[in-house]
Design a protein around this ligand. Structure first.
Ligand code: EPZ
Length: 418
């Protein structure tokens, strides 16, 4: 098991550079197998989810060369093989091989995808979309078998603007015959990033970033390269840290437009921000106003910021309310924050946070990726030492988090204990 140990209370100053976006990279890597030649992906974050996806591509007879933050993926000899449980269950994003293999090979055998335990995590929108495109789906124990003699473009209306379903159905539709419309599509930047790669490969996709995406099927997808967009969730996490203990902390390599909903909330709280197009400088405030937040799909205040933001709300002077509307179970960090001195009450998907409450270092446990991130934030501001267990979750989505924080003055270390 890996642990992070933090001696809290340090003021952080200097520069943090944001890495490539996890939720874009984990879609771009599977998307590469649609190409009949070679794909180059730059600015890939060095996170554990990346290795799991590369292992699957190599299983499918793809060839991956990794140099620093660039992947060279040769998918000219891709075969459709069963993606075993030990690989598929490592992460939710393994489900992107459904759309990609269906699009390239018309046949997929894959065990249930994994993913953080933050809710039901169904994939019914994905499966219904594949069936509308002409695929048949059968189950063998925990394995999906999805195949199609022929994929024919059609109109697909999503019950909810699902990020995963929007991307997965784009992947399945790019080589289908005719035109596909995805209505009530998600608008997250990662969807633009994937659509941009597909169009550079020769696909014909329009409407990216709107709620209706149109895909005209093509026969062949040629070599292309793409840069992973900066990670707005990682950036938000460090902005929240800087809001609490920063002194002119500079967060570099960001896209301001992707952060608007968070920046607005931080300003409402009273945080000092110096905002530029590609970097933001943030400092702690003398006083934090309580606010109410409701998580929404992008471009609203996205659900992945909710857990890190909860820690900032514990320092606001009064009662704040955080309502999580996307997942059923995304407040698992609350008992640990309360153990550290927070006063948070949770009812269903709403948290009432009473502040300000000084936090005291304690032994806590990461239960999912963003819960783990919130415990790192709590440890950084707490008096005394915090030990966080099972930090493997955190390493899935935050590249070099210990190094990045150490470089700006945090007392933090990562250790492996058996
Ligand atoms: C992606 O998950 C991200 N994961 C999540 O980030 C992120 O929170 C989420 O999008 C929303 O932005 C990856 O990109 C790997 P959804 P995804 O489909 O695609 C329900 C993180 O911390 N739903 O938009 O699974 C679903 O259960 C992770 O980085 C269905 O019911 O999100 C959820 O309640 C966590 N049926 C809601 O919709 C479906 O077929 C939103 O899911 C699909 C989804």
């Amino acid at each position: 098991m890996k642990q992070i140990i933090i001696d809290g209370g340090k003021t952080l100053k200097g520069e943090i550079t944001i890495s490539g976006m996890k939720n874009a990279a984990v879609a771009l890597i599977p998307a590469s197998i649609l190409c009949d030649e070679e794909i180059t992906i730059t600015n890939v974050p060095n996170i554990s989810d990346k290795k799991a996806l590369i292992d699957i591509i190599e299983l499918l007879n793809g060839n991956v060369i990794e140099k620093e933050h660039t992947l060279y993926i040769d998918t000219s000899k891709i075969e459709s093989k069963t993606i075993p449980e030990n690989l598929a269950s490592k992460l939710r994003a393994s489900y992107y091989f459904m759309g990609a293999l269906l699009g390239r090979k018309r046949k997929v055998e894959i065990y249930f995808p994994g993913g953080c335990n933050i809710g039901n995590r169904k994939i019914d929108f994905h499966l219904k979309g594949f069936q509308l495109l002409g695929a048949t789906i059968s189950m063998e124990h925990d394995k999906y078998i999805i195949e199609a003699d022929h994929l024919k473009g059609t109109s697909i209306h999503l019950d909810f603007p699902s990020v995963g379903a929007t991307i997965n159905l784009m992947l399945a539709a790019v080589k289908a015959e005719g035109t596909t419309l995805i209505q009530n599509a998600a608008k997250e930047p990662e969807i633009f990033n994937v659509g941009e790669l597909l169009n550079k490969m020769g696909a014909k996709i329009s409407g990216l970033g709107t709620n209706t995406i149109q895909i005209e099927g093509v026969d062949y997808l040629h070599k292309a390269s793409i840069e992973v967009l900066p990670d707005r969730i990682e950036a938000g996490t460090y902005l929240i840290i800087g809001s609490l203990i920063g002194e002119q902390l500079k967060i570099k390599n960001i896209i301001k437009e992707h952060l608007e909903a968070l920046l607005s909330k931080l300003q409402n709280i009273g945080v000092l921000l110096d905002i530029h197009d590609d970097y933001i400088t943030v400092s702690k405030a003398e006083f934090y106003h309580p606010i109410n937040i409701k998580t929404l799909v992008y471009p609203g205040f996205v659900t992945d910021w909710g857990q890190p933001m909860t820690v900032l709300l514990t320092q606001c002077d009064g009662k704040s309310i955080l309502e999580e509307t996307i997942y059923e179970n995304r407040m698992a960090e609350v008992p640990f924050l309360n153990k550290m001195g927070a006063k948070i009450e949770v009812e269903e998907q709403t948290a009432w946070i009473n502040g300000p409450t000084p936090l005291i270092g304690a032994e806590v446990e990461a239960t999912d990726l963003r819960a783990g991130a919130s415990l790192v934030i709590a440890g950084l501001i707490a008096n005394g030492v915090t030990t966080i267990n099972h930090v493997e979750y955190i390493l899935r989505g935050y590249e070099r988090i210990v190094e990045k924080l150490t470089n700006v003055g945090a007392s933090i270390e990562l250790i492996d204990i058996e």
